[in-house]
Design a protein around this ligand. Sequence first.
Ligand code: TYD
Length: 204
Amino acid sequence: MSGRFITFEGIDGAGKSSHLGALAEWLRGRGHEVVVTREPGGTELAERLRELLLHAPMDSLTEALLVFAARRDHLVERIEPALARGAMVLCDRFTDATFAYQGGGRGFDLSVLDALEAWVQQGRQPDLTLWFDLSPRTAAERRAAVRPPDRFERQDAAFFERVRAGYARRAALAPERVVRLDATPAPDNVWAQVRAAVEARAWA
Ligand code: TYD
């Protein structure tokens, strides 16, 4: 049986990473092999590219190409083999983040991103994408409480409004794949939404 590919998306500070860990435990408890990974990153090469992406200044085309280079390595070396052996792959961010951050946030040409997506993924898409949506203002308050900002997190509120709009566009284009969760309420409430979205798919 082929595995399932679940991605976690949202602006920085939405709280997706802790729910990713909880879902991994929940699926393991149901007997699934679970692979937890993230983008940019997930392989040795892609983690090196992540360091550059998060900290080195670069122009927007370089940034888009590096994101997709990291993604290609991650797909070939890690994601596809895990899915082939039947694992559940939980990935903290994937291509929707590129459309939201590089496309929405930076205003990068979406048709170039479409072409890179087709080229790099060869038709591979997540089976389910959980989009943790909340207002940029609430997200910024949560971020400020926990850690110093990286290159993306230092952007202003208008940037995160564009990122959010980028996610909304992607969700509208793939309504069966992308489930919008309201990430505003307390973690218990959001976790219930996560579980409901996964349970709604017969394969959980
Ligand atoms: P993030 O998951 O927020 O990592 P952490 O929680 O450890 O800070 O991801 C890091 C940043 O990378 C995030 O600000 C969004 C950015 N990013 C892109 O700009 N494009 C992409 O395609 C991806 C996957 C991430």
